[in-house]
Design a protein around this ligand. Structure first.
Ligand code: SAM
Length: 277
């Protein structure tokens, strides 16, 4: 019988954030696949766990993915960890999960520390609807293209960023989204020097032009303001309700959201929505 793949989140700074279930899973696994075996060895030493480690990272994932898959198919249980946080979110684990799922192997994700969610929750930005944009490209042209594709994005946007690229990114974001767009810079989360700077893109760029940034960052950028139609009609309302329902909202929620977005009374939108099949 095939084994299983466990996705085991590890602390993004504070070692106390490892959960009992994660610890037990690491102990029980036949082997651990790690992005950087030195980083994981430190964690295992802290936890007092001795376990066979296999390295699995960006530049060996094509070959090592098959080796790991064969071991799981032969009945072994693998725990996958990244350097920090939840495996498979902006790290090569994504490919291993896909490979295992395609081979019919059971994948079990254990909830735990994750930089995107930790930053979003502390950001003070709207959290009801958000999109995660991961890392931007290091190449200026594709970074700009990525940002330009988001100019109409009204949801809160979350980005991962390395300190040496932060200033360029903030300058590009200010140019594309506007210098006044609110941003929360979430730095060194769960660590001794944790800091959340709630400011604007222009001010953040000016700050880091003077003092180079240090540490790990997640940027939580406010979405574009929703443009309300001045004179929305019943047809507009019906169209928007239909679109929202296609996106998975119930009729009631779609009516509520369309009324808010179009600044129309709810009963008017409700009447209009009755024309939808
Ligand atoms: N898979 C991990 C997760 O989602 O939790 C993240 C992996 S990604 C390769 C690493 C990025 O996560 C960093 O460049 C930074 O943007 C963010 N990050 C990780 N730990 C952080 C921390 N303690 N504080 C702020 N950002 C952090």
């Amino acid at each position: 019988m095939a084994g299983m793949l466990y996705l085991v989140p590890t602390p993004i700074g504070n070692l106390g954030d490892i959960s009992p279930r994660c610890r037990e899973t690491l102990e029980a696994a036949d082997f651990i696949a790690a992005e950087d075996t030195r980083v994981t060895l430190k964690l295992l030493n802290h936890l007092g766990i001795k376990k066979s480690l296999v390295s699995y990272y960006e530049h060996n994932k094509a070959f090592k993915g098959n080796v790991i898959l064969d071991r799981i198919l032969a009945g072994e249980t693998c725990a996958l960890v990244s350097d920090a946080g939840s495996p498979a979110i902006s790290d090569p684990g994504e490919d291993l999960v896909k490979q295992c799922a395609e081979a019919g192997i059971t994948v079990c994700a254990i909830p735990g520390p994750c930089a995107v969610i930790t930053a979003l929750s502390i950001s003070g930005q709207a959290t009801g609807r958000f999109c995660f944009e991961g890392f931007l490209s290091t190449a200026k042209k594709s970074r700009r293209e990525h940002l330009e594709s988001l100019t109409g994005e009204t949801r809160t946007m979350v980005f991962y960023e390395a300190p040496h690229k932060l200033l360029n990114t903030l300058e590009d974001m200010a140019a594309v989204f506007g210098a006044d767009r609110p941003v929360s810079l979430c730095r060194e989360l769960t660590k001794l020097h944790e800091e959340v700077i709630r400011t604007t893109l222009g001010q953040a760029a000016a700050k880091y032009a003077e003092t180079p940034p240090k540490g790990e960052f997640v940027l939580v950028v406010a979405g574009a303001p929703v443009c309300k139609k001045e004179t929305a009609t019943s047809e507009d309302a019906a169209e928007l309700v239909a679109r929202l329902m296609e996106q998975g909202l119930s009729r009631k929620d779609a009516v509520r959201q369309a009324a808010a977005e179009l600044d129309l009374p709810k009963n008017v939108v409700y009447e209009a929505a009755l024309t939808i099949e």
